[in-house]
Design a protein around this ligand. Sequence first.
Ligand SMILES: Nc1ncnc2c1ncn2[C@@H]1O[C@H](COP(=O)(O)OP(=O)(O)O)[C@@H](O)[C@H]1O
Ligand SMILES: [Mg+2]
Length: 237
Amino acid sequence: MSEPFLIGENMTGGYGTGADILHGCTLAVEKGEIAVIVGPNGAGKSTAMKAVFGMLNLRTGAVRLDGEDITGLTPQARVGKGMGFVPQTSNIFTSLTVEENLEMGAFIRRDDIAETMAQVYELFPILKDKRSQPAGELSGGQRQQVAVGRALMTQPQVLMLDEPTAGVSPIVMDELFDRIIEVARTGISILMVEQNARQALEIADKGYVLVQGRNGFTDTGKALLANPEVRKSFLGG
Ligand SMILES: Nc1ncnc2c1ncn2[C@@H]1O[C@H](COP(=O)(O)OP(=O)(O)O)[C@@H](O)[C@H]1O
Ligand SMILES: [Mg+2]
């Protein structure tokens, strides 16, 4: 079997000296594909994302990107390697303007960011209209666009999103998913946690059901949606 583009393999660990939250959890995504992580509240989805991004000390396991072991790298070094992460909370600077948020996103770059910013505005036209407004004045869906746009400013090869559609209407969710599909089509891999499990699995090349820090079910999005056990226990029947 060939190596996935990004893999967090057999990850075990927790916060500080506390009990382990992850127990041999594995997550992976291929180049330009969408992998979706679903599971009950407290299952460890956000913790697993933080582990892949280097925000957790793993007791076992490894993270590899494009075949390179990056387990020992800081989050900032991982950004330098091509990873972008939109955390579940506090993912924008509310007092800064939309454009300042995008500029902050590009903090590691020393080259011209104008073209990337234009691409982000093309993906999310409303952000161009609102570029001089404080991000905190935007709607929930627009703030999530700012957060995704900010992460795209480093031109990542992998975009990690923790509940990008939290708190938005079904219409806004659909739009955001369409934009995420568009990003994946450009060759960027998407590793995404979602509470809107059904809708997210519909657009997923691969899906993971996490249960108590372990891989419960792993399959294509389509197969998970068709799996009676998954439907009954995790998708509301
Ligand atoms: N910063 C933290 N410090 C200690 N424990 C945490 C922290 N964040 C989350 N946890 C614990 O880790 C477990 C998994 O949480 P989390 O990864 O946020 O789950 P999910 O994202 O699936 O809802 C929960 O028991 C939660 O209380
Ligand atoms: Mg979470």
